[in-house]
Design a protein around this ligand. Structure first.
Ligand code: ZN
Ligand code: ZN
Ligand code: FE
Length: 768
């Protein structure tokens, strides 16, 4: 069997199954995965093979089972045999897994020898990827190597019938890591005392750094306004939503309204942060996700988290109900994961540390996902998912794709497997670049994969691009360059298992990507496949006044779009008022007229910004996607508003452009006539969906295709995604969307790999 079959309890499982069916033989790991020989009556052997796949342990991901008949040799017993040392390791390291229900029961069972042990785990759960230094996945190759197993643990570890057979991070209070609480003033507590001290600190409205699975969290009481505001000011994070952690599903329901699919996703062993509809009237601080239509919630996933949410015996400390758990870093820096680093870098942010002596070898942020129309959409693919592979449409050789500059994740590919890295973050600081380099080295080390080629984005000033260039020069190999939106399209095609020569009509809507003509793209309709695409249509371009400054100032985008649409800058329009107050109006006009310091952009992300400012929602963006998030929230409240007698808004379609001029002019007129802003926000979303439908149908018909691919950060907008999917379904077109990697730039690297491989096969080397 190949796939994720090592370190996930497969051998004890097959031992139990064989014993139950009275079969003899053996099971072992080898470089390719797991091999099994069974001997017995034909019916039992058949049932063994069938049940092997059906009843495999929860963390197994079986890729392939192949079998062949053998002559019986009269074996009597079933044994677990030594791993065969392979020359090339081609198996997987499992991702980190939330504490399982059996371990949780033991954790709170006073008769169990691991009662309240913060490091309890078994073959079904515990840290994996973040503690693994190299393969094979064995205790000596993890950060548990320094902890010698006690007799009892050793016995469980060696017993094929035990739940902890070869559970590499196995530990107990006698031999495992230890918890430590350290306050800013240097007070120290251990064990349950450490937990009680942390609970007191949190209840007092302080901020505690809590060492988790993939790094440190900054933790405070989510029901306390003062605590959340303190954290905001220290972290220098004005409005970007914080995620919260609750003990269990019941806790989540107290603060949000998860439906069945969302409840399932919350409870999965990957334990992502799930964006949910907040419950009104809940006692959460308003400062957690101001203006956002959703609340990011995750369930406790490590034994330490579970203990933090439980009373400590012998102490009468207050038990928290809901905790802010945000990455332990200053805004945009990589997450802290080393103890000395956390003590130093987090000192200005926290009042205490709840830490321990099991090292984290690789940092890994929490994953983020949402559910749209019953389907999971990943927004950040990290802890719990990494390093599971995504399967490529064809053999890749060994190559590295750097990904993009924002929300960076890179991709290492070999054969048919593509390993997407954990979330690295936004490039632009030396720290992030260093984190990127360390992660590249670690992933290569894990899989024994030495990349012979590197591929990157077309943007001339991306740090990862420069890094790729230097890398290629050093190795004397050509550098692959893939246009940003082509990579987005390819990435959604790969994960939907589109074969290597397939084509689709792709709508790639995002904030910024370097276009083939040197302008800023972001509203792209592409027709093509992995090897090449054609730009069939795009959003009417406007100048981006002041480049990146316009990204942080949606009101400027609104003015640029109004001007391009022939709408006068009258004083009653909110963005005009704001620019005037800032004393910028005249200068902006001059800038746009003379077209100095402006780049042309076709970005749909910026159009959402413009509309958000035009309707008076967000003028200045304090985090990526801010204006669009608030616009979506307004639209959600405006959808299907009773008594909307207003005609639909429309884009105008020309041969190569979709033009919002008339749409914006109508919007301004209706705003003046008193149409509610939320109704306009809702109709704007519908107009974009109708546009995708109309244009999609037209291009599919002329190209003889029936697949429409949706990608780019704009599709993180759940309302828009849902409307577009409905529109396309109504037209009989198949929509493919992201299910494994994010629609934002966090999924870019996968597409870069697919494009590079297809082009190398067909002999060309560049997008042009
Ligand atoms: Zn467990
Ligand atoms: Zn032990
Ligand atoms: Fe993008």
């Amino acid at each position: 069997m190949t796939g994720v079959v090592q370190g996930v309890g497969f051998r004890p499982f097959s031992h139990r199954l064989a014993t139950e069916l009275c079969l003899a033989g053996h099971v072992g790991n080898d470089a390719g995965g797991v091999f099994i020989e069974v001997e017995g009556p034909a019916s039992a052997v058949e049932s063994f093979e069938a049940r092997l796949a059906q009843e495999a342990p929860p963390l197994c991901r079986i890729h392939e089972i192949s079998s062949m008949p053998l002559e019986p040799i009269g074996e009597r017993a079933f044994e677990v045999v030594e791993s065969l040392a392979g020359s090339q390791v081609s198996t997987f390291v499992p991702p980190d897994v939330a504490t399982c229900s059996s371990c949780l029961r033991e954790l709170f069972d006073p008769r169990d020898r691991r009662y309240r042990h913060p490091f309890i785990n078994c073959t079904d759960c515990g840290p994996r990827f973040t503690i693994t230094v190299r393969l094979p996945y064995d205790r000596r190759n993890t950060t548990m190597a320094g902890f010698a197993m006690c007799r009892s643990c050793e016995k469980e570890y060696q017993d094929p019938a035990d739940r902890r057979f070869h559970a590499q991070p196995i530990a107990c209070p006698d031999c495992g890591p230890e918890l430590r609480f350290v306050s800013a003033r240097g007070e120290v507590a251990a064990g349950d005392g450490a937990l009680a001290a942390a609970q007191i600190c949190i209840a007092a409205g302080r901020v505690v750094a809590v060492k988790g699975i993939g790094g440190y969290h900054l933790c405070c009481d989510a029901t306390s306004d003062a605590a959340v505001k303190l954290l905001r000011s220290r972290k220098r994070r004005a409005e970007k939503p914080f995620a919260v952690m609750v003990r269990d599903l019941e806790g989540a329901r107290r603060f949000a309204r998860p439906d069945d699919e969302e409840s399932k996703l919350l409870s999965r062993p990957e334990r992502p942060i799930v964006l949910l509809c907040p419950r009104s009237g809940a006692v959460l601080s308003e400062a957690i996700a101001p203006g956002s239509p959703r609340l990011g919630v995750m369930l406790a996933y490590s034994p330490l988290h579970h203990l933090l949410f439980a009373p400590v015996p012998g102490f009468s400390t207050p038990v928290p109900e809901c905790l802010v758990m945000t990455s332990g870093n200053l805004s945009e820096e990589p997450i802290c994961y080393r103890d000395d680093d956390a003590r130093e870098r987090l000192a200005p942010l926290v009042d205490a540390w709840l830490t321990h002596d099991r090292d984290i070898h690789v940092p890994c942020d929490d994953s983020v996902a949402m559910v749209v129309d019953g389907v999971e959409v990943p927004l950040r693919r990290s802890r719990g998912y990494v390093p599971l592979p995504v399967w490529l449409p064809e053999e890749s050789g060994t190559l590295l794709a750097t990904g993009g500059e924002m929300k960076n994740a890179f991709c290492l590919a070999r054969g048919r497997q593509a390993w997407m890295s954990q979330h690295i973050g936004d490039m632009g600081s030396l720290e992030t670049l260093e984190a990127f380099e360390r992660a590249v080295e670690h992933l290569g080390e894990l899989y024994g994969a030495k990349a012979t080629r590197v591929v990157t984005d077309m943007h001339p000033s991306y740090l990862v691009g420069r890094w790729g260039q230097e890398w290629a020069q050093r190795k004397g190999t050509p550098l692959g360059i893939v246009q940003h939106h082509h990579a987005h399209l390819a990435s959604v095609m790969v994960e939907n298992e589109m074969p290597r020569d397939s084509r689709a009509v792709g709508f790639v809507f995002d904030g910024t990507g370097y276009g083939m003509d040197g302008t800023v793209w972001g509203g792209e309709v592409l027709v093509g496949g992995y090897a090449s695409v054609e730009r069939a249509a795009h959003l009417r371009c406007v100048p981006l006044p002041g480049g990146d400054a316009a990204v942080r100032a949606p009101y400027r985008m609104a003015l640029a779009h109004l001007r391009a649409s022939g709408v006068d800058w009258d004083d009653d329009l909110p963005p005009v008022r704001i620019a005037k107050e800032a004393g910028e109006l005249a200068a902006l006009e001059r800038q746009l007229v003379r077209n100095v310091g402006c780049v042309q952009t076709s970005s749909v992300g910026r159009l959402f910004d413009a509309v958000s400012a035009l309707l008076g929602f967000v003028y200045r963006s304090t985090y990526e996607g801010h204006a669009a998030v608030v616009l979506e929230a307004a639209a959600l409240s405006g959808v299907g508003q009773p008594g909307t007698e207003w005609p639909d808004l429309h884009f105008d379609l020309t041969a190569e452009e979709f033009d919002p001029s008339r749409l914006l002019a109508t919007m301004v007129a209706e705003l003046r006539q008193g149409r509610p802003r939320s109704s306009l926000a809702a109709d704007f979303h519908s107009a974009v969906a109708r546009l995708v439908g109309d244009l999609g149908a037209r291009l599919c018909a002329s190209a003889g295709l029936d697949v429409v691919a949706l990608s780019g950060g704009v599709f993180q907008n759940a309302l828009l995604l849902s409307l577009v999917k409905k529109e396309l379904a109504g037209l009989g077109l198949r929509a493919i969307t992201h299910r494994m990697v994010p629609p934002n730039d966090g999924g870019l690297a996968l597409g870069q790999v697919a494009v590079a491989v297809a082009r190398w096969r067909s002999g060309s080397s560049h997008d042009h």
